[in-house]
Design a protein around this ligand. Structure first.
Ligand code: NAD
Ligand code: UDP
Ligand code: UDP
Length: 341
C-alpha cells in the first residue's frame, strides 16, 4: 500500500460532514545498489527528499562517500560497504539495482568482475526481491543494442552485439541481467522494471572516468586538448542526469524495457564544439585511435516512455553542460565561488 490516510484527516470533518480527502504517501524502505556512484547518488537525493528511507549498498569501486556525505547523520539514510556479488539480507519495499561500473575504462579494467557483478550481483538482488516481495528496477543500458543496425533504437530491436569482444563483459552482462529480471518476473511473479539508459552526464561524474563528456569538460578546464577518438563522426545522445526518469518508471505500472535518454544526437566533433562554446573557444582538438567495437551511432526512440510513462527529457546539451561544468571546476580547482550541485 503506497498511500495511507492521515489519522487527523479522519477526525477533522469538513463543513459538509464528509471526511476531507487528505492522503499522505507511506514512507518506503528502499535499497539503492551503486548508490555512491554518479546516477545513484542523485537518485538517493530524490528518494530522501521525497521522505523515504534509503539503504545504499556499494563497494566503492567507482563510487565515492563524498557523493552522499550530505546525508550522513540523517536517520533515514544508511550506507553499507558491500559487494553485490555476495548475498545480502535486508528488509525493503523497493530495490533500485544500479551497482556496476558504467564507464568503458572502468568496466574493462576487470572484465570478469564486471560480468560477475552483472550476473551474480543481479541474481542476488533478484533473490532478495523474491524473498521480501520487493519491487525491483534494473538499470540496463543502450549498450544492449551493441553497434545498432536500426536507427534510432526502439525497444523491440534485439541489437547487434559482439559476444566475445572487449565490451561484452558490460553489454552481454547487462543483456543477461535483463534476461534474469524477466525470468524472475515470469517465473516467480516478482514486480520488475527495466530501464535502458542512454549516455547520461552531470555533476558528480568521476572526473577521470574516461567517458567522453567528463573527459572533454575536464580537458577544456585544464587547458588540455580535447581527445576525439577515431574520426569523431560517431554519434551519441546525451541526457542530463536530472531528466532520468527512474522513479517514474518504478512507480508506474509498466515493466518495460524503456529507453530513457535524450533523443538529441551529436557527433563527438559536435560535442567538442559545444564544450568549446561552453568552456574555452580556444580549446584544441587532438585525434586519437578509437577503441575496439565502438558503436557508430546511438539515439533513443523514446515514444514508448512518452506514451506509457508520460516521460520526456527537458534539458538540452547546451543547457545541461554548464551545470556540470561548475561542479567540475569546483572539484578540479577547489574554486568555491564556482558553485555546483
Ligand atoms: P558509476 O560508476 O558512477 O556508479 C556505479 C556504482 O556501482 C559505483 O558507486 C560503484 O562503486 C558501484 N559498484 C560497482 N560494482 C559494484 C559491486 N560489485 N558491488 C557494489 N557496488 C558496486 O556509474 P553510473 O553512471 O552512476 O551508472 C549507474 C548505473 O547506470 C550502472 O548500472 C550503469 O550500467 C547504468 N547506466 C549508466 C549510464 C550513464 O551514462 N551514466 C548509461 C547506461 C546505463
Ligand atoms: N539472495 C540474497 N538475499 C536474499 C535472498 C537471496 O542475496 O535475501 C541470493 C541467494 O544467495 C541466491 C540468489 O539470491 O544466490 C538467488 O536467490 P533465489 O532464492 O532466487 O535462488 P536460490 O537460492 O534458490 O538459488
Ligand atoms: N570518446 C572520445 N574521446 C574521449 C572519450 C570517448 O571521442 O576522450 C568517444 C568514444 O570513442 C565513443 C564516444 O566518445 O565513441 C562515447 O564514449 P563513452 O566512453 O563516453 O561512452 P559509450 O557510449 O561508448 O559507452
Amino acid at each position: 500500500v503506497l498511500y495511507e490516510v492521515y489519522p487527523e484527516a479522519l477526525r477533522r470533518r469538513s463543513v459538509s460532514g464528509k471526511v476531507p480527502l487528505v492522503v499522505k504517501r507511506k514512507s518506503l524502505r528502499i535499497v539503492v545498489t551503486g548508490g555512491a556512484g554518479f546516477v545513484g547518488s542523485h537518485l538517493v537525493d530524490r528518494l530522501i527528499g521525497r521522505g523515504d528511507s534509503v539503504v545504499v549498498v556499494d563497494n566503492f569501486f567507482t563510487g565515492r562517500k563524498e557523493n552522499l556525505m550530505h546525508h550522513f547523520g540523517d536517520p533515514r539514510f544508511e550506507l553499507i560497504r558491500h559487494d553485490v556479488v555476495e548475498p545480502l539480507l535486508l528488509e525493503v519495499d523497493q530495490i533500485y539495482h544500479l551497482a556496476c561500473p558504467a564507464s568503458p575504462v572502468h568496466y574493462k579494467f576487470n572484465p570478469v568482475k564486471t560480468i560477475k557483478t552483472n550476473v551474480v550481483g543481479t541474481l542476488n538482488m533478484l533473490g532478495l526481491a523474491k524473498r521480501v516481495g520487493a519491487r525491483f528496477l534494473l538499470t540496463s543500458t543502450s549498450e544492449v543494442y551493441g553497434d545498432p543496425l536500426q536507427h534510432p533504437q526502439v525497444e523491440t530491436y534485439w541489437g547487434n552485439v559482439n559476444p566475445i569482444g572487449v565490451r561484452s563483459c558490460y553489454d552481454e552482462g547487462k543483456r543477461t541481467a535483463e534476461t534474469l529480471t524477466m525470468d524472475y518476473h515470469r517465473g516467480h511473479g516478482i514486480e520488475v522494471r527495466i530501464a535502458r539508459i542512454f549516455n547520461t552526464y552531470g555533476p558528480r561524474m568521476c572526473i577521470d572516468d574516461g567517458r567522453v563528456v567528463s573527459n572533454f569538460v575536464a580537458q577544456a578546464l585544464r587547458k588540455e586538448p580535447l581527445t576525439v577518438y577515431g574520426d569523431g563522426k560517431q554519434t551519441r545522445s546525451f541526457q542530463y542526469v536530472s531528466d532520468l526518469g527512474l522513479m517514474r518508471l518504478m512507480e508506474g505500472d509498466h515493466v518495460g524495457p524503456f529507453n530513457l535518454g535524450n533523443p538529441g544526437e551529436f557527433t563527438m566533433l559536435e560535442l567538442a564544439e559545444v564544450v568549446q562554446e561552453t568552456i574555452d573557444p580556444n580549446a584544441k582538438i587532438e585525434f586519437r585511435p578509437n577503441t575496439e567495437d565502438d558503436p557508430h551511432k546511438r539515439k533513443p526512440d523514446i515514444s514508448k516512455a512518452k506514451q506509457l510513462l508520460g516521460w520526456e527529457p527537458t534539458v538540452s546539451l547546451r543547457k545541461g553542460l554548464p551545470l556540470m561544468v561548475s561542479d567540475f571546476r569546483q572539484r578540479i580547482f577547489g574554486d568555491h565561488k564556482a558553485g555546483g550541485a
